[in-house]
Design a protein around this ligand. Structure first.
Ligand SMILES: *Cc1c(COP(=O)(O)O)cnc(C)c1O
Length: 481
């Protein structure tokens, strides 16, 4: 693994790309940021992108593309059926994962929908390291139940455990011994999204696969964040450190029966798909793809995006490409830690995760502390993060709040998008907000959707705390946007 050291000893991640297309950004004055958050009912999904300075909502569909991806898009073969673009992507995926079949699907949750439709019946359980919002919604829609078996370290905010995304394999073995008849499949998520982008280790994946296969149960991997998990396998896992990324990718795939992914993340474009081995499920899944997504050679994706995914997946095997995200995140996490700001450690993939349980301990979970923090940070810096806490959960059948196991504000760092000074700006505004954290107050719902309420819900602050933050900012940084 090549490294570049600075002569003066500083440890700064160095971009291994140059910027050739730019998008102008606006930073609204703080008074306008306050107005915009009020118009958006304190839900950052409801903001207009033009009013946002740094969009750290997600890495989904907003990673920077390479010149080679853009070039490939120009040679897309537009055809409803039999497109060469599809065959190129199929060949790439076969080369990377070595699986027999590839079914194209328009995005990650589309894969989850058709896998749940086919595999989950009422009363079934789906054990997994940790749920993702859309995964859980689809499993529950089909009458199934998600059983989370994350290792105990996974839910510890500050830790030095390198593989907090591991499944508790002893608990999995016990569960499968007892309940294997009810298990639709076992799911392992690479780079666990909701608990800080934390990876699993290779040994953990191997043990998980052995337990599943002993009972003839399929191991399904959600590979949406596999590129980050690959980076951590290469840099932290003794078993993998001498392997190339291609070898690690294949060794991971060899343990799985089905791999699905959002190509809005894996592959740096927009789309998704399911890769699987020969089995009687293939034909039934193909029918569901044709019914829900589109013909088998595009699956709801634009052929241009299909070309971009094929090239993006090859680029994912380049260490200087996959290291950029985690290294920027590690830089941001380290700087915030130095300033005493509570963050999830170790730094994971996907983004820098603020620990809202310690940032705003005075706000109870029922008042959505991480969502309040997200609104406050937009006022303080025009930065849009994403709540990953109680607001992202749904109520139980009796209407009671399900309190999240972690209250996080995720500041996603889409790959190759932000510059170092923008990251420094974000660190500065988070630090300012931390100094002024006592001003932040809670939120309540004004309109609460039943499904995935965080996307479209409308909220209101419980007092005039948002005005107070804007006023304090204006007095602390007079004349600054
Ligand atoms: C983003 C994501 C999904 C859903 O993918 P979309 O393309 O946004 O529908 C599923 N699983 C994980 C782990 C994700 O990060």
């Amino acid at each position: 693994m090549e490294t570049i050291s600075f002569f003066d000893g500083r440890k700064i991640p160095l971009e291994r790309h140059k910027v050739r297309i730019v998008q102008q950004l606006t930073l609204l004055p703080v008074e306008e940021r306050l107005e915009r958050i009020k118009e958006a009912s304190s839900n950052l999904y409801l903001l207009h992108n033009k009013d946002i300075f740094l969009d750290m909502l997600t890495d989904s569909g907003v990673n920077a593309m390479s010149d080679r991806q853009q070039a490939a898009m120009m040679q897309a073969d537009d055809a409803y059926a039999g497109s060469e673009s599809f065959f190129r992507l199929e060949k790439t995926l076969h080369g990377i994962f070595g699986m027999d079949h590839f079914l194209p699907v328009h995005q990650g949750r589309g894969c989850e929908k058709i896998l749940a439709d086919l595999l989950v019946k009422p009363g079934d359980i789906v054990p997994m390291n940790y749920h993702f919002t859309t995964t859980k919604a689809h499993i529950e829609r089909c009458g199934g139940e998600v059983i989370e078996l994350i290792c105990p370290e996974g839910l510890v905010y500050q830790s030095d455990h390198p593989f907090k995304g591991n499944i508790d394999t002893q608990a999995l073995a016990r569960l499968l011994d007892k309940e294997h008849d009810r298990v639709a499949f076992v799911r392992i998520e690479a780079g666990t999204n909701l608990i800080g982008g934390q990876p699993f280790s290779f040994a953990n994946l191997r043990e998980t696969a052995a337990i599943c296969h002993k009972h003839g149960i399929n191991l399904v991997m959600d590979a949406s964040l596999l590129q980050d998990n690959l980076y951590f396998l290469k840099t932290k896992d003794e078993e993998c450190k001498d392997l190339s990324l291609r070898e690690i990718m294949r060794a991971v795939a060899d343990l799985c029966d089905i791999i699905y992914f959002s190509a809005r993340k894996l592959g740096f474009a927009r789309g998704g798909g399911i890769c699987m081995r020969e089995s009687e499920l293939v034909d039934r899944l193909k029918e569901l793809v044709v019914l829900n997504e589109g013909f088998l050679t595009y699956g709801g994706m634009s052929v241009r995006e299909i070309e971009a995914i094929a090239v993006g997946l090859e680029e994912t095997l380049d260490f200087s490409v996959v290291s950029q995200g985690p290294e920027f995140i590690a830089y941001m996490v380290a700087k915030l830690e130095e300033r005493g700001v509570p963050v999830v450690t170790p730094a994971g993939g996907l983004g820098c995760h603020l620990d809202a349980s310690r940032f705003v301990p005075h706000i109870p979970s029922e008042q959505y502390p991480a969502a309040a923090l997200a609104a406050a940070l937009f006022i303080a810096g025009g930065i849009r993060g994403m709540e990953r806490g109680t607001l992202s959960e749904s109520r139980d059948a009796d209407g009671n709040e399900k309190i999240a196991e972690m209250e996080l504000l995720r500041l996603a760092i889409p790959r190759r998008v932000f510059t170092m000074s923008q990251i420094d700006y974000a660190i500065d505004r988070v630090t300012w907000l931390y100094e002024n954290r006592n001003l932040i107050g809670g939120l309540r719902f004004e309109h609460e959707p039943k499904i995935l309420r965080f996307f479209l819900g409308k909220l209101a602050p419980l007092s005039d705390w948002q005005e107070k933050i804007a006023a304090k900012f204006a007095s602390d940084l007079p004349g600054s946007l």
